[in-house]
Design a protein around this ligand. Structure first.
Ligand SMILES: Cc1cc2nc3c(=O)[nH]c(=O)nc-3n(C[C@H](O)[C@H](O)[C@H](O)COP(=O)(O)OP(=O)(O)OC[C@H]3O[C@@H](n4cnc5c(N)ncnc54)[C@H](O)[C@@H]3O)c2cc1C
Ligand code: FES
Ligand code: FES
Length: 1887
């Protein structure tokens, strides 16, 4: 008996004997069943419109599994014995709607409704599975789902209308952990009232739906064999095979029937969404029947997954493993893998997609797989069956093999336990000898950067890192023992391990320096293949990920970057540290964060969206003004609403598919169809030659021109239709169209016009009719003359945007008698379609009936662009005399429909210094494409939007370029979006030019009512109607704009890698009303039918019209007693029923339709009024039904049609709104997260606030798409290559504002508006520009942060492209910011170079030894030696030990650790000092006691000694100080025990000067004891400056008496000799004269100068944020240089220079600061120097500014100890005298922080210059802007000394300037502006 395919759909049984095995479930459902809920949105798994629930049943366990799938990819044969549930199956109009449907309706979560059934099914699946869990029962009415899961439920479903917020509310309404009151506007309860309870919601009960019918269970059970095995062995008759073992599979494959066949192995078939195959397969083999491929096994080494295991199942198992008793390392790895897999595709894809399918695609077809990358890092192996053998291979090897053939089967994947992988292959060697003090740890992290954080987007790069590290508590370093670094998706053949980098890292400590080295190697590894888009960005991402992985582990990076966890919006910002405390700053990143925690929200978006809607209801015209739910919304949700493609195909229906040109301009020589392996059953081809006689080749005809339907002999753009292929099914037609082989020829043709510049060169323009030409405002030359500054010829470029309506273009044409034709079209302009079809067919218009019921999203794209589709369909039907339908596939739709107009803009603007703009001129070249379409309206729309600001004078030149691109048409806000963006660009440019805040420039140029009247003559309305200023103020206050601005500044100052920006953008949007018809008819039963010109495209037109009808007719009853709402039905548009329907566009169709209906109703009311009166007079009060019955009886005309023509005076009006958006940019990846948007929009008295709210939010989110994510790419022929869901990314749930607050501003009564309402459809879209502007602000902050690293480019002068995608944002933040940051931060090279220069200078004197470096960690600046210490943070001190290889040379790789090393004659022996803890003495007193426990001593003061020893330091000097009372010189435990024995130091230990004398409290009091104690402690060499004979005698005697053993002396001598030999002292005892030229060498001075400029720390710059004082201008009339340290080289140098305690004056060769200033400024600047100027000098001169240099006098140890740290006199008085009068920068010359707080407010800028030594020019380099300030405080700057000691990390840390603080400036010399914003001229006060 033939096997049949048996399954159920919504409980109905289907049995099919014959099925084409390539049939998808969606195709079957839509064409062979009555169910239309699943829609076709993309056909590639990317949109979710087709989602259904699939249920499987296990006859033994009796378990039903239910999960969502995309029916467009699922093959029908694969669902044998399964049950399918569509949205109709949940509920419907007959059986009652499901609570999900009802909640979609009540929360206003459906507009066009095309996405809604798929959304419902995704949500249903999530609820069903949550309810199956063992979680505790939720309160009644709720599901077990959590609100986070609920939000994620629809993460992969696209919606183009709603903006998602209400859909999220629906989802969350099922979660028990949600606060229902937080949910948005709905019909279930009133906002604010306390009645938001679950019982008001349609009740949720998961038991209501039976997803697997009993009959199917019985059938399955009855087909079980004797062993209780259920056999589902395929459908061989359908060429669908389902082997049950590998042997059976190969038997099949090797059988004769298969050898010749084109066979496809399938599991989930989701791969066909990736690779849209043209191939037709003869046979399919379903691998799911092979148990081996579906098994999941855990063994001692890891977990094995059969290759057919789905990604969802793998996630579930990995998460379960996570919960089990696994080792924590394994748990970590498994849970991270599961988390990453959760971002692969979407739930409905993951439920079908197999691991094996994914890996095969990665291996065979270079698929950018995530699975391969993460499993590669985890060290996975795979098991492979080829035709001849079974292999077990490392995944890496598998990926590297040649692509496997189609008969190789992947059997399983083994993911090993990480511990076994890491330990078995540990590569660490050459580590230091000391023992690790902490157990080894496993680190694992995965990363992906993709346009959508939650998935449904292929990553630009993905990566996963597995590391095995050990921590050492002495150095605090983590050492890498083994590491796997896997990268994928970056444009390589497959995922790779970065082996070179791994090898480099193994055995190394995790330091910034090592990381930098690794990054350099990584750059050589991660090189995307040629032609990979954004390849530089991708490489930079790989680096960013490595940095992210290591950053929390790097001690030296732990401080500057704060672990700041801010709540989503800065408005509610509290900055919480990891302890949950609330403070201005948070804790440092965990030092050794072994479980690397992701802090960035961008990669881990906290999806909990929140929102608030503020709506004022108006009851004046009830039910108009009520937020009633959308008409027919439940039908939309259940899938019963009929769209054009849902109309059942008439008998004999044929299907059409376009053949499109791929060339921009070419003769068409012919079209052939390639023969394929299987016949495509193409019926015929219809082209221009098929136009009937009398007809025309016209695809669009309207007042502004016509365009051809098909290219005839010449194609004029890529994407242009050449004809249609007709076939028996849509799939056949589409496949046949793909086989078209078009022969082109370009002989005698000019090159195509593929840019607007080409169009200008060739004068190729469309003419704009004079009545559509906008008017200039004011006098441009006058405005320019008034300007203080001008920016001339700045450029902006804007690209296109595709409509991405969920329902693509579609039509169904049915020929009728007598040359008539009926066309169902999804169009916004049926009348235009009717007219065009009539012309094309050569028949009168009355022969053409175009019907449109509802449109699955339009946004302008179903306007004129729908007409060619309807016409082509009509032509084919007319020609073939059979019904023809077309439903464009997404790609065809995208390549031929065009979209928003791209344009090039060039502007010149004049403005005052305060930001007031006086004149603007704009030249715009609009790319209109090949035909004119509606492009003629563009100039007017753009100018109208541009006028939103008062430019003083405005002029423009706008040209519509005719190019060889597809026709561009109107898209929501056509021209207005661009015009408004140009306006904002100008504002931002002016702001950045003036270094002003963009928002204050906006405010400055906002219209007054007078200027509004001038700019919008005739549309401005009366003064009270100008609500914008009040709205902006209200919004700024309700959104706490100014507070947040401050918080954001604060956030940005303590976060390096995340930057926030906020922006407030207004909109002024002019709309125009058009004449519109409306017809109201009352039927005998009192029901009312309404027809309007407008089309329901999701915007709620029918709902508003219904309300208006009910209101207008209800007026008959003054008391409102008759509720007519439910009596009204709006019916489809029919061009023969209601003529002059016009088109639906421009935001005003709803109100115009309402008005037309109102007028019709008024006529009817007039007709009925007297009858009603007379009836009431007779019988008392009557009902509507009675009245209508009587009216009929009395032959009253109960139908009225009105054609409403708006009056000239009220034909156009202005709409106002404003939005504040706040974003956060991940500087490492370029990802932007929209934290919050607050939007206020003036709807007048809204006709339906729920509908308007939906319009506002939906438009805004569509705007997010344009400004942020929708990248519209074309190839060099102009063919669109962003042609599907894979490449064109509209916003999804995870890319909308986390907090979205919308207020409908009710501006009250508007005399001339329809019931005082205003439009809402388009204007809010423009406001999404606020996100773009906020992103720009965040980027400015990032560029400021890295300006020192990114070079002299201005941080604010750049153009942020539209859309601001991740690559664009990252590029502007600096693709190499990580490297630059590390180089800048560590600059080990600089320290090393200083060491090398010092060595040369010292060697040149003949001395081979230096007492450097000082590696004391100064914890109290009162210590006089603090200036010698690099930092209070031992991490920095450790880094600075890099000076040792500079002094001594690099230790060779295999050199024994701990042994001194000096590399040659140009190097010197170094001395690390003073061992140990001398920076920690009590009160900072020199030679005092360090009171600290051992752990503290070892962790703070000891680490740098270990670094020094590793670097081969030759000697170590002992400190005078004591540790807990024990003199260090006598501390055997620390010197011998720790230094020599534990740390294995092999150089010699030297005492300090008279160090052993001071072992006794009175120096030398018991010298013999001192000698004994010191030498016994382990000192090898003793500094005895005077009485050395006493020392020799004492020591000799002590040795002779065996008090000191001879072995101690041998040890000392051995060490000393070792160092001497190392230095080469015996070979070269004398000075090397050849080095004499090294002394005071220029290069060394330059190096010193570089060190000076890099170490300067800018503490204040300007008295306010927007008013930077530095850099100083070189050119000024007169400047003052003052202060004790301005002209004193000795003071600059400090102690230990020439004299021990230093000295004053010209003690050495060098440049004083005064000299440096003199040589840096412009020669014309007069310099007045006065060391201590009196007020007469200060006041008596007109100084432009002053430089005050004050500080500490030189000192060294002991003398420098200072308990008050006050700025010595006359410093304070100089500051007061000078800075009180003149703008001044104060430079502090000191060895440490001093008391400065009292003077900070006085000064304009404050610089800590430390001790700049001889190189004063290092200061002026930065003061005058040759370089930027980059230095950061390496110690805390206290407020007052009583806070001391206070160090970073202390509990009560309250510094004046925190550790790590340092403002930056950008270099100004050679300042260049970005090429996009060319500033040709900058003039002040002149032309
Ligand atoms: C919309 C969408 C988004 C996606 N996003 C991502 C993403 O972000 N990251 C990511 O990594 N992946 C992504 N994917 C890819 C997805 O993971 C794969 O399509 C899926 O895993 C393939 O599994 P399948 O069972 O459907 O394979 P199928 O489509 O059935 O097969 C795919 C190919 O593999 C062959 N094959 C399958 N199994 C075997 C086997 N065991 N032995 C030999 N050959 C076999 C088939 O013959 C076919 O050639 C996405 C897919 C879609 C549709
Ligand atoms: S139609 Fe199936 S996912 Fe888009
Ligand atoms: S309502 Fe979601 S696409 Fe229209």
């Amino acid at each position: 008996m033939a096997r049949k395919l048996v399954f159920a759909v919504n409980g109905e049984r289907f049995e099919l004997a014959e099925v084409d095995p390539s049939t998808t479930l969606l195709e079957f459902l839509r064409t062979q069943t009555r169910f239309r809920g699943p829609k076709l949105g993309c056909g590639e798994g990317g949109c979710g419109a087709c989602v259904v629930l699939l249920s499987t049943y296990h006859p033994v366990s009796e378990q039903v599994k239910e999960f969502s799938i995309s029916s467009c990819l699922t093959l029908l044969c694969s669902i044998n014995f399964c049950s399918v549930t569509t949205s109709e199956g949940l509920g419907n109009s007959e059986d009652g709607f499901h609570p999900i449907h009802q909640r979609f309706a009540g929360f206003h979560a459906s507009q066009c409704g095309f996405c809604t059934p798929g959304m419902c099914m995704s949500l249903f699946s999530a609820l069903t599975n949550a309810d199956k869990t063992s979680r505790p029962e939720p309160p009644g009415g709720f599901s077990k789902i959590t609100k986070t899961e609920a939000e994620k439920a629809i993460a992969g479903n696209l919606c183009r209308c709603t903006g998602y917020r209400p859909i999220v509310d629906v989802c969350k309404s099922f979660a028990a952990d949600v606060d229902l009151e937080d949910l948005g506007l709905n019909t279930f309860w009133k906002k604010g009232n306390k009645d938001a309870t679950v019982c008001r919601l349609p009740c949720h009960s998961h038991k209501r739906i039976c997803t697997f019918p009993e009959f199917l269970k019985s059938e399955i059970k009855s087909s079980m064999d004797i062993l209780d095995n259920f056999k589902n062995t395929g459908l061989p008759e359908c060429q669908w095979y389902r082997p049950t073992s590998i042997e059976e599979l190969y038997e099949l494959l090797n059988s004769d029937a298969f050898l010749e066949s084109h066979v496809k192995l399938v599991v989930g078939n989701t791969g066909s969404g990736v690779y849209k195959e043209n191939d037709v397969y003869d046979k399919y083999i379903d691998l799911k029947g092979i148990p081996e491929l579906s098994v999941i096994r855990r063994d001692s080494g890891g977990v094995s997954f059969g290759a057919a295991v789905t990604i969802s199942m793998a996630i579930e198992v990995l998460k379960q493993k996570n919960e089990s008793e696994l080792h924590s390392d394994e748990r970590l790895v498994f849970s991270k893998i599961a988390d990453h897999m959760d971002k692969v595709a979407t739930p409905f894809i993951r439920n079908m997609a197999s691991l094996g399918g994914n890996l095969i695609m990665a291996q065979r077809s270079q698929f950018a797989s995530d699975v391969a990358t993460i499993l590669l890092a985890a060290g996975s192996t795979i098991c492979l069956q080829t035709a001849s053998e079974r292999l077990v291979l490392p995944l890496e090897e598998f990926l590297q093999r040649p692509p496997c053939d189609d008969r190789t089967v992947l059997i399983s994947i083994h993911v090993p336990f990480s511990t076994s992988v890491m330990e078995s292959s540990s590569g660490a060697n050459g580590c230091i000898d000391s023992e690790p003090t902490k157990e080894a740890d496993i680190l694992f992290e995965t990363y992906r950067a993709a346009p959508r954080p939650l998935g449904n987007a292929i990553a630009y790069v993905n990566s996963a890192f597995l590391a095995h590290v050990t921590s050492y508590n002495i150095s605090g370093d983590l050492v890498i023992h083994n590491i796997h670094l896997a990268f994928g998706a970056y444009g390589s053949e497959h995922a790779v391990r970065a082996r070179k980098v791994e090898n480099f890292l193994v055995g190394k400590p995790v330091t910034a320096c090592v990381l930098l080295g690794a990054i350099k190697l990584l750059k050589e590894t991660i090189i995307p293949n040629e032609h990979t888009p954004h390849s530089r960005y991708r490489s930079s991402l790989a680096i960013a990920f490595l940095f992210k992985f290591f950053q929390p582990l790097l001690k030296d990076l732990s401080v500057p970057e704060k672990n700041v966890q801010m709540s989503v919006s800065s408005a509610a910002a509290t900055i919480e540290n990891s302890n949950g405390c609330i403070s201005g700053f948070a804790d440092d990143l965990p030092h050794k964060a072994l479980n690397v925690k992701q802090l960035d929200q961008v990669n881990n978006p906290d999806l909990i969206l929140s929102s608030e809607q503020t709506v004022e209801f108006c009851k004046d015209y009830h039910p108009v003004g009520d937020p009633i739910k959308k008409t027919g919304v439940e039908l939309q949700a259940s899938g019963e609403a009929i769209y054009v493609d849902d109309i059942p195909s008439p008998k004999n229906c044929l299907y059409g598919a376009f053949v499109n040109s791929t060339r921009p301009l070419a003769h068409i020589k012919g079209i052939k169809f390639k023969s394929t392996s299987s016949p495509q059953k193409a019926f015929t081809f219809i082209g221009a030659d098929d136009i009937p006689k009398g007809g025309q080749n016209v695809g669009l005809s309207w007042i502004f021109g016509t365009e051809s339907l098909f290219a005839h002999s010449l194609t004029e753009c890529a994407g242009q239709p050449l004809g249609i292929v007709i076939a028996e099914t849509q799939r056949q037609a589409s496949m046949a169209a793909k086989q078209a082989d078009v022969q082109y020829c370009t002989d005698n043709l000019e090159p195509p016009i593929l840019s607007v510049e080409d169009a200008v060169r060739r004068s190729s323009f469309f003419k704009v009719p004079p009545f559509l030409c906008p008017q200039k405002v004011g006098d441009l030359s006058k405005g320019m003359a008034e300007a203080d500054h001008k920016i001339l010829s700045a450029e902006v470029k804007l690209g296109s945007q595709y409509y991405f309506y969920m329902e693509t273009q579609t039509a169904l044409a049915i020929p009728d008698e007598d040359n008539c034709i009926l066309v169902y079209s999804s169009t916004q302009c049926p009348e235009m379609a009717q007219d065009t079809i009539a012309k094309c067919l050569g028949i009168p218009a009355h022969n053409v009936r175009v019907i449109t019921r509802r449109v699955g999203g339009g946004f302008g794209g179903k306007g004129p662009r729908s007409v060619p589709v309807a016409t082509a369909c009509a032509l084919a039907a007319f020609r073939l005399r059979r019904p023809v339908r077309m439903y464009l596939d997404r790609k065809t739709d995208m390549i031929m429909t065009g979209g928003r107009h791209p344009m090039h803009i060039n502007y010149s603007v004049g403005f005052k210094s305060d930001g007031k703009i006086t004149a603007l001129h704009v030249d715009i070249l609009v790319n209109a494409g090949i035909t004119v379409d509606v492009s003629v309206i563009m100039p007017q729309n753009m100018v109208s939007a541009l006028k939103k600001y008062n430019w003083g004078a405005l002029s423009f030149d706008i040209r519509l370029c005719k190019t060889n691109f597809s026709t561009k048409s109107a898209m929501r806000g056509p021209g207005e979006v661009q015009g408004s963006f140009i306006a904002e660009s100008v504002i931002e440019h002016v702001a950045s030019f003036l270094s002003m805040d963009a928002n204050s420039v906006r405010k400055k140029n906002l219209h007054t009512y007078d200027s509004l009247m001038l700019f919008y003559e005739g549309s401005a309305g009366d003064a009270p109607e100008y609500t914008l200023p009040a709205m902006i103020d209200g919004l700024a206050s309700s959104a706490s704009y100014f507070d947040r601005l401050e918080i954001i500044r604060h956030f940005n100052s303590c976060n390096k890698w995340r930057k926030r920006g906020i922006s407030l953008v207004p909109v002024v949007y002019q709309v125009t009303l058009r004449p519109t018809p409306g017809k109201v008819s009352i039927l005998t039963d009192g029901s009312i039918v309404v027809e309007v010109g407008g089309i329901e495209i999701g915007q709620g037109l029918w709902t508003k019209v219904k309300q208006m009808t009910a209101f207008a007719l209800g007026q008959l009853w003054g008391d409102g007693s008759q509720n007519l709402l439910d009596r009204v039905r709006i019916i489809q548009a029919d061009t023969l029923s209601l003529v002059q329907g016009g088109f639906t566009a421009g935001s005003t169709t709803s109100e115009a339709s309402c008005e037309a209906v109102r007028l019709s109703c008024n006529v009817l009311v007039d007709r009925l009024k007297s009858l009603k009166q007379s009836l009431e007079d007779k019988i008392g009060s009557i009902s509507w039904d009675t009245l209508i019955f009587q009216a009929n009886m009395q032959s009253v005309n109960l139908s009225e049609r009105t054609y409403w023509v708006p009056e000239d005076a009220s034909i156009s009006y202005l709409n106002f709104g404003a939005a504040i958006s706040e974003v956060e940019v991940d500087v490492l990846t370029g990802a932007t997260i929209i934290l919050r948007t607050d939007l206020t929009y003036d709807c007048g008295q809204s006709l339906n606030p729920a509908v308007d709210l939906g319009q506002i939010e939906g438009a805004f989110v569509q705007g997010i798409g344009f400004f942020m994510c929708e990248e519209y790419l074309e190839n060099s022929d102009g063919l669109v290559i962003s042609d599907g869901t894979w490449t064109y990314k509209i916003p999804t749930i995870d890319t909308i504002p986390r907090q979205f607050n919308v207020k409908l501003w009710n501006s009250g009564h508007h005399e001339k508006r329809v019931l005082s309402s205003k439009a809402s459809g388009e204007p809010p879209l423009v406001l999404a520009c606020s996100i773009h502007s906020a992103t720009r602000e965040a980027i400015i902050a990032a560029r400021m942060e890295f300006s020192s690293a990114t070079g002299p480019d201005s941080s604010s002068s750049f153009q942020l492209e539209v859309p601001a995608t991740m690559p664009v944002v990252k590029e502007l933040c600096g693709l190499d910011n990580v490297e630059k940051y590390l180089e800048n931060l560590v600059d080990p090279e600089l320290v090393k170079r200083i060491g090398a220069a010092t060595a040369l200078e010292v060697r040149a004197t003949g001395i081979p030894y230096v007492f450097a470096p000082c590696i004391a960690v100064c914890r109290d600046p009162r210590w006089g030696r603090c200036y010698e210490s690099y930092s209070e943070d031992h991490n920095i001190v450790q880094q600075m030990t890099e000076i040792i290889p500079g002094l001594q040379g690099d230790v060779p790789a295999k050199y024994r650790k701990g042994v001194p090393y000096v590399s040659g004659k140009e190097k010197v022996a170094a001395c690390a000092k003073h061992y140990v803890g001398d920076g920690g003495t009590h009160n900072g007193i020199n030679e005092n006691n360090t009171i600290l426990n051992r752990a503290g001593l070892l962790s703070i003061h000891m680490p740098a000694y270990l670094n020094s020893i590793i670097k081969g330091v030759s000697t170590i000097m002992v400190s005078y100080s004591s540790w807990n009372g024990v003199k260090m010189h006598a501390n055997r435990d620390l010197v011998t025990g720790y230094l020599k024995n534990t740390l294995r130091f092999r150089g010699f230990v030297i005492s300090d000067w008279q160090g052993i004398d001071r072992i006794t409290s009175s120096p030398g009091a018991n010298y013999t004891y001192s000698v004994q104690a010191g030498i016994s402690a382990g000192i090898d060499m003793v500094m005895v400056p005077y009485n050395y004979s006493e020392f020799i005698n004492d020591l000799t005697s002590l040795v002779k008496k065996n008090v000191i053993p001879l072995s101690r002396i041998d040890d000392a001598v051995g060490r000393i000799l070792r160092v001497k030999f190392t230095i080469g002292l015996f070979e070269n005892p004398l000075a090397d004269l050849s080095l004499v030229d090294q002394l005071g060498k220029k290069e060394h001075r330059d190096l010193a100068r570089e060190a000076v400029r890099k170490s300067l720390v800018l503490l204040k710059n300007g008295k306010s944020t927007n008013d930077s004082f530095l850099p100083l201008p070189r050119k000024a009339a007169k400047i003052l240089i003052a202060g004790s340290h301005a002209n004193n080289l000795g003071y600059q140098c400090g102690g230990w220079t020439i004299e021990w305690q230093g000295d004053s004056g010209n003690i050495t060769v060098g440049t004083t600061i005064l000299d440096a200033v003199r040589s840096s400024i412009d020669p014309s600047t007069e310099v007045v120097y006065s060391e201590n100027p009196d007020s007469n000098i200060v006041k008596g001169n007109d100084f432009s500014y002053a430089i005050v240099v004050v500080g500490e006098p030189p000192y060294t140890e002991t003398a420098g100890d200072n308990l008050n740290l006050e700025l010595p006199d006359p410093g304070p008085s100089i500051i007061q005298t000078v800075c009180g009068t003149i703008k001044c920068v104060v430079i502090i010359i000191s060895g440490r922080p001093v008391v400065i707080e009292p003077y900070v407010p006085l000064v304009d800028a404050l610089v800590a210059a430390w001790l700049p030594g001889s190189e004063g020019q290092g200061l002026t380099d930065v003061l005058f802007g040759d370089y930027g300030f980059t230095g950061k405080l390496s110690r805390t700057w206290f407020k007052s000394v009583d806070q001391l000691p206070m160090n970073v990390g202390d509990k009560h840390y309250d510094p004046l300037f925190p550790f790590g603080f340092g403002l930056t400036t950008k270099p100004t010399s050679g300042r260049s502006f970005s090429s996009n914003l060319r500033i040709v001229k900058h003039m002040k006060g002149s032309n």
